[in-house]
Design a binder for this molecule. Structure first.
Ligand SMILES: Cc1ncc(COP(=O)(O)O)c(C=O)c1O
Length: 373
């Protein structure tokens, strides 16, 4: 029997595979460990809140107009309304995705439907490139720094067929925060027919006073899409829900490539509670700040190079290749994220977890790092 040879095989093989953080169950199963600590996917260990859980329980119990047997509200009207209220925008400025990853995919699909390119800084979230290549777009990777956004490199990389520019605010995995001036230069300096996608998955971890929120530029630029997620500070990664903020015209175009019912009912009702809970955000932000300071102090004791400004993660540079350090830590029951696939062969990214999880990390990593950071 001839082997199955799907069309576009070569094209498909060139698309990098997304390698997610290893699930705890998988490490337990593979290594026969009892206690496993996951610091690999930038989840918030302090939630979800009791209010979210109570709302989920009610939704599962069901009523006449909600229940697991009914389709969800396809366009997520009520959640969009709650997000719009929180962000000081109107409901037409809000689009939901099955995680913000899905909105990145929708944006790539819509913009690169008939070809074109996307500018993506080096060491950016892998889905930007994967989504671009999946729809046949070209990736224009620009040189990037571990400490600041290289706006000149981004502007210089733009070509006549460029339709998208991706930028993390802060960037994952480097934690670089572009700041207001860099955002303003891109908002004003990019051609009008390019959509600037500013990914703010970790925005809520920043001090609201000092944070340069790209939403402030929505009135100035039609071609601007700002992304947020419920997977990080809101602690709802398992429910898969994120949102995009943009002009009604841009979002109506994205609506054409949105799958019907792309966010499920449980995700919508949980996120509707979460987006209003500013006290939980502030609590998580405080815990993250403490965790960051403690991590940097501990890294200093081991004379390790740490990088990262924003988000709920940091990167450690080690003399060991990232993959080896990752494997050694796995054997000791700690999951981190090796960064060789992000062009950083000696870096691992570590999510800031609860203090007891960070203790477990340092007990496992300390002796390995003392051999040379
Ligand atoms: C920068 C960035 N953007 C987007 C996402 C996607 O989040 P989700 O699809 O869970 O909303 C992540 C997740 O790790 C991320 O780090």
């Amino acid at each position: 029997m001839p082997a199955v040879k799907p069309f576009a095989t070569d094209h498909l093989r060139r698309i990098p595979l997304y390698i997610p953080g290893k699930p705890i169950q998988e490490v337990r199963r593979e290594l026969g460990l009892d206690r496993v600590v996951k610091l690999a996917s930038n989840e918030n260990p302090w939630g979800p809140t009791e209010a979210v859980k109570a709302r989920l329980a009610r939704a599962i119990a069901g009523t006449e107009d909600e229940g697991l047997g009914l389709y969800p509200v396809s366009d997520g009207y009520y959640l969009r309304q709650a997000i719009a209220r929180r962000r000081g925008l109107s409901i037409e400025n809000v689009l939901l995705g099955n995680g913000s990853s899905e909105i990145i995919e929708m944006m790539a699909k819509a913009a690169l439907l008939d070809g074109g390119s996307a500018v993506i800084p080096q060491h950016s979230f892998a889905i930007y490139g994967i989504a671009t290549q999946t729809v046949g777009g070209r990736v224009l990777e620009t040189r990037a720094d571990l400490h600041e956004t290289s706006v000149d490199a981004i502007l210089a990389a733009v070509q006549s067929d460029t339709r998208l520019v991706f930028l993390g605010n802060p960037n994952n995995p480097t934690g670089v925060l572009p700041g207001r001036r860099a955002l303003e230069r891109l908002v004003k300096g990019l051609r009008d027919d390019i959509v600037l996608v500013v990914d703010q998955a970790y925005a809520e971890y920043e001090d609201p006073e000092g944070y340069a929120d790209a939403t402030a530029f929505l009135r100035e630029r039609e071609g601007l899409l700002v992304l947020h997620t419920f997977s990080k500070i809101h602690a709802l990664a398992g429910l898969r829900v994120g949102y995009g903020l943009g002009s009604p015209d841009l979002l109506q175009l994205l609506e054409r490539v949105r799958s019907p019912f792309n966010t499920n009912h449980l995700a919508q009702v949980a996120a509707e509670i979460a987006v209003q809970d500013q006290a939980f955000e502030a609590f998580s932000r405080g815990k993250n700040r403490e965790g960051r300071q403690a991590f940097i102090a501990e890294a200093r004791k081991h004379r390790c190079q740490v990088s990262g400004q924003g988000g709920n993660f940091l990167m450690l540079e080690s003399a060991l290749p990232a993959q080896d350090l990752f494997q050694e830590l796995l054997r000791r029951g700690v999951i981190v994220r090796p960064m060789q696939g992000y062009g950083l062969p000696n870096h691992v990214r570590v999510t800031l977890g609860k203090p007891e999880d960070m203790d477990a990390f340092w007990r496992a990593a300390g002796p390995l790092l003392d051999c040379g950071c």
